[in-house]
Design a protein around this ligand. Sequence first.
Ligand SMILES: Cc1ncc(COP(=O)(O)O)c(C=O)c1O
Length: 331
Amino acid sequence: MQPSDMVHPAVSGLPALRAEIAAYLQVSRGISCSPSQVFVTSGYRHTIALIGHALLKPGDRVWLENPGYPPTRELFRHMQIASVPVAVDRDGLVVSDGIRLAPRARAAVVTPAHQSPLCVSLSLPRRQALLDWAAGNDAWIIEDDYDGEYRYVSRPLPALKSLDRDGRVLYAGTFSKVLFPSLRLAYLVVPEAEVARFEEMTEALAAGSPELTQAIVTAFITEGHFARHIQRMRRLYAERREMTAAGLESVLAGHMQIDSQPGGMHLILRLLGRQSDREFVARMRKEGLYAEALTDWMIEGDAAPALLLNFTNIDSQRTAETLARRMSKLL
Ligand SMILES: Cc1ncc(COP(=O)(O)O)c(C=O)c1O
């Protein structure tokens, strides 16, 4: 480290990291952008706050996926931005419902690769319908691509941003899933025409991320470790997903059914019968086991009861069977 590295960091991110992220997004997510469009943030929430300050105002309405990632609605609530819950089906966000409920909404937040939490992918016709709606209404699309790399049935799908001809998509990426969350490094890609506005906002907030961490991640990418790490993790998680599903099914078939999904880091276990998912996860937590209830991810309305169970730390079919036996005692 040189003395010149110890001054305040560049608020939009280390230039070398912004360049590496732009190059990576081109190769792995099909996104063409220049480094000046990339803003390094300290995580998804920082990214959303930046977008909120730059492009939205109190009283605006925003479509959110229902069910959807709970922090998003919390953040918008604090910004006095109204959430419009829009249903999700097997093709992802039901865009026609959004148009019916709030045609003049200012933005839509979507997780197109693997919907959070249902893990379905937004179909191509829906992607096109969403882009057309945004272009026709000067609305923004916030693409939360938190785990797009973790697809097991095919190569990762290109990002929605790669289809953005009208400069309406703000792309939110993170290192939390492909590396680890305590890094607190994420990034936002903004349309070319909005760069000056975001530069002004990042200057005003001046919440730059630690330069040392950014320099380490930059070297990790430049030296080729990052690409190899992703390949390795995708293979490992694909194996763990298979083993976990097999182990759970061998014990819990008849009580639960596992959704087949193209990607993600958790399984969705549909509870058969009249079990409450909230009560079931409460019983699990008393036993030191962790899952989340799909019901808790609903903004409004009821979901069919299901558990969201992370499989990334389940290292064998036998571990999954042991877990399933403990769960079966709580039925
Ligand atoms: C849906 C979704 N979006 C974004 C993130 C990334 O959040 P962060 O970058 O703040 O770690 C996560 C992480 O859990 C997530 O599940």
